[in-house]
Design a protein. Structure first.
Length: 101
């Protein structure tokens, strides 16, 4: 039997590699009219705490975050976790590393 998703009870975490990528992903999802919040190291601690609390209490929210919420955070009812690929960043890093050799 195939389970149907209940989109009223949807919590999604999108992990990005940097604060800049996190902000970009947040803006893209917001433009798509999604209920989304961003959290990364360039945001003040008070803001991050408020967003974390809101995400834990919410039934329908997308959290776009960097590694700032990967350590020590507990989000028990997450429906889906997405890791944004880092292919372009690895290519740029590899290229710049080769130049410096």
């Amino acid at each position: 039997m195939v389970e149907s998703w209940t989109f009223n009870l949807l919590q999604v975490i999108v992990f990005c590699t940097t604060g800049m990528v996190t902000s970009l992903m947040y803006l893209l999802l917001r433009e798509m009219k999604m209920n989304v919040r961003e959290m990364h190291s360039r945001k003040p601690q008070l803001y991050r705490t408020r967003v974390s609390d809101e995400f834990q209490e919410s039934n329908r929210l997308v959290l776009v975050t960097s590694d700032v919420s990967a350590c020590g955070m507990n989000y028990p009812d997450v429906t889906l976790v997405i890791q944004v690929p880092t292919t372009l960043e690895k290519v740029i890093y590899s290229y710049s590393a080769c130049i410096n050799c």
